[in-house]
Design a protein around this ligand. Structure first.
Ligand SMILES: NC(=O)c1ccc[n+]([C@@H]2O[C@H](COP(=O)([O-])OP(=O)(O)OC[C@H]3O[C@@H](n4cnc5c(N)ncnc54)[C@H](OP(=O)(O)O)[C@@H]3O)[C@@H](O)[C@H]2O)c1
Length: 185
């Protein structure tokens, strides 16, 4: 990878039936999986969909919330952006590692720009209302890490295997330049 090439990563988790969300939160209750997410994104600048943002108790500073609502009120340290591309440019400008943390609509728009995707595959089907976007072609990315751990899923009380996977895309799409606003516009 060239030095100047920005590193953009995405992170998420998905059940074996493709489900990633339920009622504005996760379909499962696996504290160790949540802890892995928090440790991986610690200190990063985050790009977050508005619905996912609203579901989060704690949002770190340098979080960029994608929303078309110009009147959106946000917590300190968060900034609204009008598109995923604007959010990625702003996140890169912080100089921190950049993570796209979902939800589904944001993964669907951001994946072409991502070099890495940290995706935890939870080997159990879950009821839910939000699916991981089927168009993300992870099967054609390089699988560079795959660590399986067994945890208790607290809603069902059952043991479940979580596969912490990292995928890499060889040639992410370059981010488009910001549109120039012409004088008097
Ligand atoms: N399993 C996981 O790893 C994981 C990770 C994250 C989230 N989730 C779950 O996923 C669910 C939420 O996902 P979601 O897809 O429904 O919502 P989302 O992506 O979090 O947020 C959707 C909102 O983002 C804004 N948005 C999306 N695309 C945009 C675009 N191209 N331009 C401007 N704004 C855009 C819109 O906000 P406005 O309506 O304000 O315009 C839209 O309503 C929740 O259940 C959450 O818990 C799961």
């Amino acid at each position: 990878m060239a030095d100047a090439e920005p590193l953009i990563s995405a992170i998420g988790a998905v059940g074996s039936n493709g489900m990633l969300g339920l009622d504005g939160w996760l379909p499962w209750d696996i504290p160790e999986e949540l802890a892995y997410f928090e440790a991986t994104v610690a200190g990063a600048a985050l790009v977050i969909g508005r619905l996912t943002y609203e579901s989060m108790d704690v949002v770190p500073e340098d979080s960029f919330i994608v929303s078309r609502r110009s009147d959106l009120r946000l917590r300190p340290g968060c900034r609204r952006v009008e598109s995923v591309e604007q959010g990625l440019r702003a996140a890169l400008a912080t100089g921190k590692p950049v993570f796209v943390i979902g939800g589904a609509s944001i993964y669907a728009a951001a994946w072409p720009y991502c070099r890495r995707f940290y995706l935890t595959r939870i080997e159990m089907p879950f009821a839910g209302d939000t699916l991981f976007p089927a168009e993300i072609p992870l099967a054609s990315w390089d699988l560079v890490s795959d660590v399986a751990k067994r945890y208790r899923e607290r809603k069902s009380g059952r043991e479940v295997v979580c596969r912490f996977r990292q995928y890499e895309q060889r040639q992410p799409r370059p981010l488009p330049m910001a549109k120039k606003v012409s004088a008097g516009a």
